[in-house]
Design a protein around this ligand. Sequence first.
Ligand SMILES: Nc1ncnc2c1ncn2[C@@H]1O[C@H](COP(=O)(O)OP(=O)(O)OP(=O)(O)O)[C@@H](O)[C@H]1O
Ligand SMILES: [Mg+2]
Length: 790
Amino acid sequence: MVSATNGTAAPPGPPPGPPPTKENPYLAHLSPAERAIGGADASSSSSSSSDALTGFLPRRVTSKQVLAALEAPMNPFTSTPKPYSQKYRDILAKRKTLPVFAQVDDFLQKFQENQILVMIGETGSGKTTQIPQFVAYSDLPHMKRGPDGAPMLIACTQPRRVAAMSVAKRVAEEMDVSLGQEVGYTIRFEDATSKPHTFLKYMTDGMLLREAMHDKMLSRYSTIILDEAHERTLATDILMGLLKPLCAKRPDLKIVVMSATLEAEKFQKYFNSAPLLKVPGRTFPVETFYTPEPEPDYLEAAIRTVLMIHQAEDEGDILLFLTGEEEIEDACRKIRAGADELAATSPEICGPLKVVPLYSSLPPQQQQKIFDAAPARLSPDGPPGRKVVISTNIAETSLTIDGIVYVVDPGFSKQKVYNPRIRVESLLVSPISKASAQQRMGRAGRTRPGKCFRLYTEKDFVNELIESSYPEILRSNLANTVLELKKLGVDNLVRFDYMDAPAPETIMRALELLNYLAAFDDNGNLTPLGEIMAEFPLDPCLAKMLICSSDLGCSNEILSITAMLSVPNVFLRPNAQRQQADTAKAAFAHPDGDHLTLLNVYHAYKTNCYDKDSASNWCWQNYLSLRALQQADNVRQQLSRTMEKFDLDLVSNQFEGNERRYYENISRAITCGFFMQVAHKSGAGKSASYTTIKDNQIVAPHPSTTLDHSPEFLLYNEFVLTTRNFIRTVLEVRPEWLLEYAPSYYAPEAFKDDGEVKRIMQGISRKLKGGASSGNGSGREREKKKARKG
Ligand SMILES: Nc1ncnc2c1ncn2[C@@H]1O[C@H](COP(=O)(O)OP(=O)(O)OP(=O)(O)O)[C@@H](O)[C@H]1O
Ligand SMILES: [Mg+2]
């Protein structure tokens, strides 16, 4: 028991707690803390550590000890002794005013006495930045060694990359250590940690899930903090289901589940009546305003409100929430134009306005621009400059953007919905939940008082908005999740302890897809191919395509295409220069389809860009996004490492004199992964239309396609639901390939209706009868090859 609760001072001498176990007398040369953790690795802890942490017994630490260590002259967390900087002390003074600081005692007591703790505290109260640090003082992970000899870790998961990166940066500053060393972050395709030094790691929930695939016991982690649990992302939900039974196997592992807007009871109940810690109090007040009448056009109202704030409100930056990239870029343009006009007509009232967009497909470096300072005033006594950040709901949770005073919330976001019947996942603009509205408001009032303008009526807020958003697991295609779960050793997907169980039909659809992809056998077990597919941080169709490409001799090309499909759109099409942009794109166009066009772009980029200047010039001239291409290059490199690890050859077929075959093999490899995403043409000429095979949805190739004709069979990468159903990134494929690589999916018997596709497949089948069948495509081949190797 820890006695120093409620601010009571701990008695001098050895810290209170359960009677110490008999100590090893041969460890007398070590400090008490070092002795407490076993001594085996004590040589790695510096004298500075022992100074500030003298008397600390892991998981029996008092608030008094922590508060004293925070004031110590030397940093106990760095590997070489280092005095604390003045900046550290300045930030510490601010940290001490945060509501969670008043609760450090309560937190330590509840954390140390329980294996799982649920915690709620207002937005901005200090959960994400402070709690992991308190845990560090209690766990002392930097002084313990995990099974691989590296320090133990505290993980704090975030649903979004931008939050993981920015919070890690802030906490590194607060702890006076280098980002990427003692404190780091891991997001998909970026690892800013150092194995020998990192002990506090912010990471996306998806990354922790991937780590669990290789280490089911998560043995490097001493504490896992699931932050923003209210968001109920797929990965957080799966992590909860994994951690719950893991706690029984690892009594030393601790879990903290946190958020500002949590249905705490539900979480407590799920985690076997885990205790709750509630942190009262806000950092700064936020005044909320509603519109008296509903706004007929939220975009127009949002732009008007931002420009009103710019004219009428005191100094301070603005954060506006919109739903997606296009809408945000449109609003950026209109707000810039409006601000320029105001600056011209009322220079004495309106200073310069800087508009910064934020959405998930922007590369991380670009996203960091939201943290840039507002522009300076134009003259010493002129009005101050202002920054407006226009973001999707990725800025809704976790983020602190210093300077934000005004939040404008129109009340909508794009939400994922999945229809398992037609296997289409799409994003629909829908009203947000009360929890989201509260999180949005909470982006203000963090470093100073704020105002939140809700562009809906108070009555609508109370009566129309649902309490919290539906968990993502109920609204998603689960193919990837089911593959991950199998890899994680979860055999019975139906009996897995979901907080909210997905619809059986959704699980069935995922199992069916993975079976057709040959990742699962007919008994629902992971095949050797499925094992490798799960290793790639990619959608199962992409992973399958990549793996098959080695056998088809085109893995170099497919790797480039996969990388290009994994980054934001590389083609830029500025409103004023659409024609020029389209002409530039046409130079790369491949008549067989967009995948090959992407390959042409990547190849041209690698050929023409040898340094920074040549790259930016070339991209500029060709209306291409240099950032997206650089990102593709990075993704390609990372994926190539996974390919090497699994012995997947990186090869190319001969091009000269063999072009037709060269491209055909690439198209065949794509077919191996995407044969379930194919549409068939009916009719001819202008009246031709496409219908997706088996799901029977009428679709049209997206206008952005480079395909110059209407082939009979069209494979697509993406189904886009807008005003009509579009298929985007399309490729001509041959029906023989479909039957060759997916015989069970395209076997005539597998078609319910007697349509044209069935007849075509019957015809091909008859022709093939007697000839050698290639089984379930290259996947099976690879399985056989693996089996032979094994
Ligand atoms: N980058 C930063 N710059 C300045 N102050 C910051 C920064 N990050 C955090 N802070 C300060 O620390 C406080 C706590 O931030 P933290 O992210 O820990 O809050 P939180 O409780 O996790 O909030 P939320 O529920 O919104 O995620 C902020 O309110 C702010 O005062
Ligand atoms: Mg937080």
